[in-house]
Design a protein around this ligand. Structure first.
Ligand SMILES: [Zn+2]
Length: 231
């Protein structure tokens, strides 16, 4: 495992997190944070160890993460399982193209530590869909109803329908912008209705879970064979 990716992924839980040399990250020590205002904790990429120069605590990465938040370790294994059971798209999705320049850049073109790269990973959006996730410095360019804020944009073309899921960086909420008058449903042609299938109003979940379709209006879309996906 590349522990640099891992430590960056969990860095939202660490205060004053920054890279201080090619193999070292600095942040406030989680063991003595109440006694010290200075960041005295370090993570060393070479030895894969945490060490604090103030309270002298040393931990292996896994022990450290366990102390930080045990659910991060659990999430990591669930995460791995999720990748294994990912549904395969039967139809290759086209790379979205925009009719006018609205200042979007592909998330995969951003630096690994860019906040929108971090957000994409934090949302567990599988790597294979990163090409359809875009970063916007100002979401109000898309629609005047959206406040001026940077965020992620996921434009999706389903037959003739354009669905745009927008996730604001601060509040982590999903907002759908309906650019057509049609109902917003995605993935209907990708689910096998002979099997148990699920419906969700969270677009990202529809990408993560097998046999799941997305609908903005789940109660009017669902039939007796489908179940609402709950996490
Ligand atoms: Zn300490």
């Amino acid at each position: 495992m590349n522990t640099e990716c891992y430590i960056i992924d969990i860095s939202y839980k660490l205060q004053n997190f920054k890279k201080v040399s090619s193999n070292k990250y600095q942040f406030k020590c989680i063991y003595c944070v109440k006694q010290s205002s200075k960041p005295s904790g370090y993570y060393f990429l070479d030895s894969k160890k945490f060490h604090c120069y103030k309270c002298k605590t040393s931990k292996q990465l896994k022990e450290f993460v366990y102390d930080l938040d045990p659910s991060l370790l659990k999430n990591l294994s669930i995460h791995t399982n999720k990748y294994l059971e990912l549904k395969e798209f039967t139809e290759k999705m086209k790379k979205p193209r925009f009719v006018k320049d609205i200042g979007l850049s592909s998330v995969s073109s951003l630096k690994y530590w860019h906040k929108h790269q971090l957000l994409t990973r934090k949302l567990d959006i599988p790597n294979k869909y990163h090409y359809m996730v875009f970063s916007s410095p100002d979401l109000s360019n898309l629609c005047e109803l959206i406040p001026k804020h940077s965020g992620l944009v996921i434009p999706v073309l389903t037959n003739q329908l354009l669905i745009t899921g927008y996730i604001c960086f601060k509040k982590l909420e999903q907002i759908d912008i309906n650019l057509t008058k049609e109902p917003l449903i995605f993935g209907e042609h990708l689910v096998d209705k002979n099997l148990k299938y699920y419906i969700t109003n969270n677009f990202i979940d529809s990408l993560k879970y097998p046999n799941t379709l997305y609908s903005k209006d789940i109660y009017n879309t669902m039939d007796e064979n489908c179940t609402i996906l709950r996490n």
